[in-house]
Design a binder for this molecule. Structure first.
Ligand code: FES
Length: 193
């Protein structure tokens, strides 16, 4: 796929050779694909990308997208088109915890801007940046469907609602103490299959 376009990231054949789902992740991927009719495996792309993102460090490298394309028997550029469209897929390395603060009406009216500023100051990063220790990335998001409990943020599959500065402190402390990658598949994905 070296000739395919993948934004600013370069394709590395050596890295590509190392990319492979664990047996457990592969089982999940196979189950997802089996939900679709023969020849329509491309429809499984979104959930398979979630598994890939969780499996390979929280982001989708060109090599990971190429690997997913090979599994779904589609062109790498088709994977890139989808992955680059949705903000929930990261196309460059991110921290273990990606904090997505909703900034739409209800959250904005209830102080989302101040929450973003508070996190920026506390973590010493700006929106779009990652802390030096690789623990947190700060993003803003459009309405995450939790308007009644604004302001809120999402980290992986978890929603944190009715945010206050104190709550933000606790959330960050807990995530730092756990020190693990949070993903959209955290909600015991296996049990939902
Ligand atoms: S406006 Fe923030 S969740 Fe809807």
């Amino acid at each position: 796929m070296g000739s395919q376009v993948h934004g600013a990231q370069k394709f590395d054949n050596a890295k590509r050779a190392e990319i492979k789902f664990s047996d457990e992740a592969m089982k999940i991927v196979e189950t997802i694909i089996s939900r679709y009719p023969e020849g329509k495996q491309k429809s499984a792309l979104l959930p398979v990308l979630h598994v890939a993102q969780a499996e390979f460090g929280g982001w989708l490298s060109p090599e990971t997208m190429d690997y997913v394309a090979s599994i779904l028997n589609i062109k790498p550029v088709e994977v890139f088109e989808v992955a680059s469209f949705y903000t929930m897929y990261n196309l460059k390395p991110v921290g273990k915890c990606v904090l997505e603060v909703c900034q739409t009406s209800s959250c904005w009216l209830n102080g989302a801007e101040d929450i973003v500023k508070y996190i920026e100051k506390k973590l010493n990063i700006k929106v779009g940046e990652t802390t030096k220790d690789g623990m947190f990335t700060l993003k803003v998001a459009e309405c995450l469907g939790s308007c009644g409990t604004a302001p809120m943020l999402q980290c992986g599959a978890s929603y944190h609602e009715n945010l206050t500065y104190e709550k933000v402190d606790t959330i960050l402390e807990n995530y730092r103490a756990e020190g693990k990658l949070r993903s959209y598949t955290d909600l015991d994905y296996k049990n939902t299959l």
